[in-house]
Ligand binder design. Sequence first.
Ligand code: PLP
Length: 407
Amino acid sequence: MLTINEHYLKLQASYLFSNIAKRVATFQEQNPERDIIKLGIGDVTRALPQACIEAFHSAIDEMANDSSFRGYGPEQGYDFLRTAIAANDFQTRGADISADEIFVSDGAKCDTGNIQELFSLDSKIAIPDPVYPVYLDSNVMAGRTGDFQDGRYQGVVYLDSTKENNYVPVLPSEKVDLIYLCFPNNPTGSTITKAQLKTWVDFAKESKALILFDAAYEAFIQDDSLPHSIYEIDGAREVAIEFRSFSKNAGFTGTRCAYTVVPKECMAYDSKGKEHSVHPLWNRRHCTKFNGVSYPVQKAAEAVYSESGKAQTDELVSYYLENATIVREAINDLGFDSVGGENSPYIWIQGNRDSWDFFDMLLNQAGVVCTPGAGFGKCGQGYIRISAFNSRDNVVEAMGKIKDALK
Ligand code: PLP
């Protein structure tokens, strides 16, 4: 008899987006004449940069000839892309990362979900609340948590991100082994300073722990004092893995390309306390379970680092950030407290009421769809997230409707 991995039964059904869809459908049925603007999702809306499109097309043409056709590529990614990433995203910022420490993949979602399988099941995990759900669910599936009780999984150390700590969690008071951090944050849009990140690096060093740093929204950082990479912090090479993506800076959400940085100094320990480098473990996993990102997609990603690619991705990021400013100003004018939207495409708004009540109010009174914060964790209760990934016209119209409705 085949038995299942019962840890899957502990998972909470992902009610968030299905519940949103149901409420929107009901509203539309009851109000067929009303238009709805969706500012809930974290998917980009604008086309790929022209530089990426040209590189994509020309790589496809190479695939059309026997002489330039390419089959399986290196699992870790082509050297042209790994070298461009190391030079542009790290070395220019004084972060000492080499091309062979970069593993190109088809998404930060897969990488942040898969990384936990390198570590023992009794590793203690520290996870932010509110959170991008992949970190938590992948650990539940693996069996690293207990049951779900009162809105939280047993055995997990939750890192509360609240107004009191400015949405940057404080160090846990107990020992942990794997620490998930994400800045600029999804869903709160908050950022972390170099000094704050240094306290996490020092803490990880002292506890022989590892930080899993998700920097998928790094391109949105405008404040020059903020770290774009954890490797801008002294000592991070020994205790941090970083996840990056081309999804949000260059619109690759449907094209799929991302990468994970595993410095060779990153260590973990066996049951006898012997030190092992994590780099060969991730390399082994990647080569066993993944067969590389397609050549045309990697060529398109490489074009992000060309002169025109940089200018075009900057323009895309600025466009979404201008949307975020419009949202932030409207929300502040209405007297709500908010965070994010300055170095991030997300605005996290304190509604002073239940998240779903706030959601229903915006839907019913303004015809605008947001994401209820409670869907991201217990600390998200009372908040909503508005995403700046939309057209300018939609954002302006949505904010006008919210203002008219709530004034
Ligand atoms: N990490 C965070 C924090 C995200 O919000 C997202 C997507 O929304 C991802 C990773 C996924 O990125 P990718 O499209 O590269 O899988």
